[in-house]
Design a protein around this ligand. Structure first.
Ligand code: CA
Length: 480
């Protein structure tokens, strides 16, 4: 069995040059050789303006093909360039996961008049005043695309709420009024009801909307030959719809069609409840682990490393956890910033890339660059990716037994020659830990591959050795 690795192939500060799809195509072979087995690409459809990252959705059917919002291409390129990138990735055995942004739309083509009631932004269930007639940007005809691929036109009654009512000096959240109109159930409880995130909030209780979104999901997955999806903003979307959506896609694309959801919460209980609600049909990003890595990186030696995996998704649902260190939402400057400190990144990646459980995702910003500035972590990531590909096999034995130094070993297996690895993480002083890599390794000479420790070590006849690590560093030991 192969050790999969996902790469998030974008960060928040990429230039608006329309070149990402071309870069991805040209990079496909290297990614394969580096050990990447799947790529999560950014939202590929037309946003309200060219420079947008893709979360300000205008037209889900315009993949950089139609002259809309003053541009044919998106921030990342044209539809044909995207299709060429997907073909190159597939030619290199790399799966493609689409960023799927269904919660909100903006950039409407015209205004409509309808009844709406302002709500308290901190408790969306609480109405402020009486319903009033408003003029909101909620009408979509997609004049550049017309009826190509879909003749669905969006109107105010396809949304639950909006902040797209522009009055001088005022920005408010409105609950749209009408038959059956209400915030959705099956969303996160923050702010009373977290159905509304931003822009025009798509109403998944409207049967025409639910049908159209499922039709679109099948269309984009088939059109781009996608292997899976990364589902955006699940805290804000009716959970039963997501269950139906994934069932529909797997009926059409096969049961192996992959899905991972973004449920941005550090609280394991919330993720647990969500997985239950969607029938454990999808993976989730392990946000609780991310927040532990963030906290550990901030506290330094005051953090008890033995607790690093407590109440994480990967510990409780190892087969449903996508482990990651940072992403476009956690990186500095984003609205949800919680970026893991640079000194701790090698430790964090050593953990997620070499441990047995979880499906690790590496971040473009950590591998390549942020805002054009080269990442200092690429060398260590290449070392760890190679170790994952060739060494990280077999059973795992944990040594999470000291607050400043924790470790684990993978014992290796017969299928992969020279497999087996011993990993140490330190946030304190130089240290050593006796760990057993198994008697099958007795007498072997092992060395440290990250440059942390110079000298070699001999595995004892009992399969044990005292593995060293420098203070505040990662050490990764493998057979020489
Ligand atoms: Ca919503």
């Amino acid at each position: 069995m192969k050790n999969g690795v996902m790469m998030q192939y974008f960060e928040w500060n990429l230039p608006n040059d329309g070149k990402l799809w071309t870069q991805l195509r040209e990079d496909a072979r290297h990614l394969h050789e580096a050990g990447v087995t799947s790529v999560w690409i950014p939202p590929a459809y037309k946003a309200d303006e060219q420079r947008d990252e893709g979360y300000a959705v205008y037209d889900l059917y315009d993949l950089g093909e139609f002259d809309q919002k003053g541009t044919v291409r998106t921030k990342y390129g044209t539809r044909s360039e995207l299709e060429e990138a997907v073909a190159a990735l597939h030619a290199n055995q790399i799966s493609v996961y689409l960023d799927t942004v269904m919660n909100q739309k903006t950039g409407a083509d015209y205004t409509e008049r309808f009844m709406a009631c302002e709500v308290d932004p901190h408790d969306r269930r609480r109405l402020i005043g009486e319903p009033v007639e408003v003029e909101g940007w909620t009408g979509y005809t997609f004049p550049g695309r017309g009826d190509t691929y879909s003749d669905f036109k969006w109107h105010w009654y396809h949304f639950t709420g909006t902040d797209q009512v522009y009055e001088p000096g005022k920005r408010a959240i409105y609950l749209i009024q009408g038959e059956g109109k209400a915030w959705s159930e099956g969303v996160d409880g923050e702010n009373g009801n977290y159905d509304f995130l931003i822009f025009n909030d798509v109403d998944f209780d409207h049967p025409d909307v639910a049908a159209e979104m499922k039709r679109w999901g099948v269309w984009i997955a088939e059109t781009l030959h996608a292997d899976g999806m990364r589902l955006d903003a699940l805290k804000h979307i009716k959970n039963t719809f997501i269950g139906e959506f994934i069932r529909t896609l797997r009926e059409r694309r096969g049961k192996e069609f992959y899905a991972v959801g973004e449920y941005w919460s550090g609280d394991f209980a919330s993720l647990d409840a969500y997985l239950e609600a969607v029938g454990h049909q999808i993976d989730l990003f392990d946000a609780p682990l991310h927040f532990r890595l963030f906290e550990a990186s901030q506290k330094g030696r005051d953090y008890d490393l033995r607790t690093l995996l407590d109440d994480t998704l990967v510990r409780n649902y190892p087969t449903l956890a996508v482990t990651f260190v940072d992403n476009h939402d956690s990186q500095h400057g984003s609205s949800l910033a919680s970026q893991v400190e640079s000194w701790f990144k090698p430790l964090a990646y050593g953990l997620i890339l070499l441990m047995k459980e979880g499906y690790p995702c590496i971040f473009y910003g950590d591998y390549y660059s942020v805002a054009g500035e080269a990442s200092p972590h690429r060398t260590i990531l290449d070392i760890l990716l190679q170790a994952r590909r060739t060494r990280a096999f077999g059973e795992q034995i944990d040594y999470f037994d000291h607050p400043d130094t924790v470790g684990f070993v993978r014992t290796g297996d017969a299928e992969h020659a020279d497999s087996g690895v011993a990993v140490l993480l330190s946030n304190g002083d130089d240290d050593a830990k006796e760990m057993s890599v198994g008697e099958r390794h007795a007498g072997e000479t092992w060395h440290e591959i990250t440059g942390c420790i110079g000298e070699e070590i001999r595995i004892g006849d009992d399969g044990k050795a005292s593995f060293r690590v420098q203070g505040g560093k990662l050490a990764v030991w493998t057979k020489r």
